[in-house]
Design a binder for this molecule. Structure first.
Ligand SMILES: [Zn+2]
Length: 165
């Protein structure tokens, strides 16, 4: 079954070359990924995002240095979450997805991010808010923008579309 499973190094989708439906699905996702990149900038694969995230987390652990560097690290971390969020629907909702700056403002609206960014100095959070502002749009427990009409179904572990035009 796994004989011909391949992974696209660009959009990151794993699919089987044995099935036309898989090939078609990849073609669609890949097209959306390209369009998303044009609109939102570089979209890294899951693997690349995770590697980068671990590096940043390591940098944040036992941090000692100028607080301005933390502004850069947290901005990079938010960018990774942003790319995950855009990829959430196979990049298909990229047009509706908030821009990075808005997405960052939505994360900064959360108590958890506020606490995290203020851990070493309140100046870090203040600087990030000066840069991006704060906006509602992402639930307190969430890390992704899901948009109106999309809900996470706990039982099935899938996203359920409600009134999606
Ligand atoms: Zn692809």
């Amino acid at each position: 079954m796994n004989n011909h499973v391949v992974k696209c190094e660009q959009c990151g989708l794993e699919y089987s070359r044995d099935f036309d439906s898989d090939i078609k699905e990849h073609r669609n996702q890949h097209k959306c990924w390209q369009a998303a990149q044009t609109m939102h900038g570089t979209m890294r694969t899951y693997d690349k995002r995770e590697t980068e995230k671990q590096l940043i987390r390591r940098g944040l652990d036992n941090f000692s240095g100028d607080w301005r560097l933390l502004v850069v690290l947290y901005t990079n971390l938010m960018r990774i979450y942003f790319e995950s969020s855009v990829s959430l629907h196979g990049y298909s909702r990229y047009k509706k997805h908030p821009k990075f700056e808005q997405f960052a403002a939505m994360l900064l609206n959360q108590d958890a991010w506020k606490a995290q960014c203020s851990k070493y100095s309140p100046l870090v959070y203040e600087e990030l808010v000066k840069k991006f502002g704060v906006l509602p749009g992402i639930g307190e427990e969430d890390v992704y923008w899901r948009g109106e009409g999309v809900q996470y179904d706990v039982n099935s572990g899938r996203l359920v579309y409600v009134n999606l035009e």
